[in-house]
Design a binder for this molecule. Structure first.
Ligand SMILES: Nc1ncnc2c1ncn2[C@@H]1O[C@H](COP(=O)(O)OP(=O)(O)OP(=O)(O)O)[C@@H](O)[C@H]1O
Ligand SMILES: [Mg+2]
Length: 321
């Protein structure tokens, strides 16, 4: 059976709605998380404690029929705690593979900056290769393997920041802000009753919109969406400008171009269009570029943020008609 774009769009709309039964507001965040999943990539999630980072990924796993695991990163976490080890089984007189939590579909890597580089790189290697090597034996990870790695925006300085080259492996960085007043009031009301977000999820009131093994077929449809030549130029121009901007110390590499194209196709699919528009690109520029730019220290002191630089690049780059 061939899958068409209308089915993909409808599935994405249902996924949005089901996640929305649990997560209040955060519409752009939900779309960005769906974008990571539907491009078969990985995402960083940044937000202060309690903005529902964990709840979002758990809910998404339920809605998309995917297995979910969480790893809390700590200074003493070892690579084998992620990947697994061979353990000697006395009864069977042989080594038996104990697979680590990485063998799942959706993996929440909580506070990735709390573990030292060696442990981080075990995860980053698994993300890149979709394989894990344990005692020289290679094991494939599930086809929908998607990492959501969280960072606390305030605390991660001074712990173990991800090396620039590793951050590049994440398709996008999702920034979760605190809810606005209306949403927070809504949350406060719900927390008192039976429709508290956690309870809605636990009660099974959230429906699965597709089975995990359908995901690859839907992704294949998204990959057929056309990107006009002028749009390619637009994306390349935006990425190249990040390298020339006066406030930027390190600009985005070519992977950013690829990421922006992949992501903007999902934005088009969310909107039931079989072609990408400049607005799709603009919507994805910020999450795709946020973690890939490093500012000159003197600009940071002046309080300029990476987001401001991206906004100014978007204002200056000629938009194709
Ligand atoms: N936008 C929201 N929609 C629904 N529930 C929310 C929202 N924001 C906060 N909550 C509530 O906050 C609780 C905490 O969420 P969660 O544990 O997912 O936060 P977190 O961002 O993972 O925090 P931490 O950084 O401490 O791990 C949830 O159980 C939920 O009740
Ligand atoms: Mg959490």
């Amino acid at each position: 059976m061939s899958t068409d774009l209308a089915y993909v769009t409808e599935t994405l709309a249902r996924a949005r709605a089901e996640v929305g039964k649990v997560i209040i507001g955060q519409e752009a965040v939900i779309d960005q998380a769906l974008t990571a999943v539907f491009t078969n990539s990985h995402a960083l999630i940044e937000g202060v404690p309690g903005v529902a980072k964990t709840l979002l990924v758990r809910t998404l796993a339920r809605v998309l029929g995917c297995a979910f695991e969480r790893i809390q990163f700590t200074p003493d976490l070892m690579p084998a705690d992620i990947t697994g080890t061979n353990v000697f089984n006395l009864a069977r007189n042989e080594f038996v593979l104990m697979k680590g939590p990485v063998f799942t579909s959706f993996l929440l890597a909580d506070e990735i900056n709390r573990a030292p580089a060696k442990t981080q790189s075990a995860l980053l290697q698994a993300m890149q290769e979709r394989l894990v090597t344990i005692d020289r034996e290679t094991h494939a990870l599930p086809p929908n393997f998607t990492v959501f790695a969280t960072q606390n925006p305030i605390e991660y300085e001074g712990t173990y920041p991800l090396p620039e080259a590793q951050k590049d492996r994440f398709l996008l960085k999702i920034q979760m802000e605190c809810p606005d007043r209306e949403e927070e009031l809504n949350l406060a009301r719900r927390m008192l009753g039976a429709d508290a977000p956690e309870r809605v999820l636990a009660a099974g009131a959230v429906e699965e919109v597709l089975a995990a093994d359908e995901l690859p077929r839907l992704r294949a449809v998204i990959e057929t969406l056309t990107v006009r030549e002028e749009l390619l130029t637009y994306v390349v121009d935006i990425v190249r400008r990040t390298r020339k901007h006066e406030a930027v110390l390190v600009g985005a590499g070519p992977r950013a171009t690829q990421a922006m194209l992949l992501a903007s196709r999902v934005t088009a699919a969310l909107d039931d269009r079989d072609y990408v528009t400049p607005d799709d690109v603009k919507a994805m520029a910020r999450p795709v570029l946020l973690h890939r730019l490093m500012l000159q220290p003197e600009y940071e002191i002046e309080g300029l943020g990476v987001g401001d630089v991206i906004d100014s690049i978007l204002r200056e780059t000629p938009v194709p008609r």
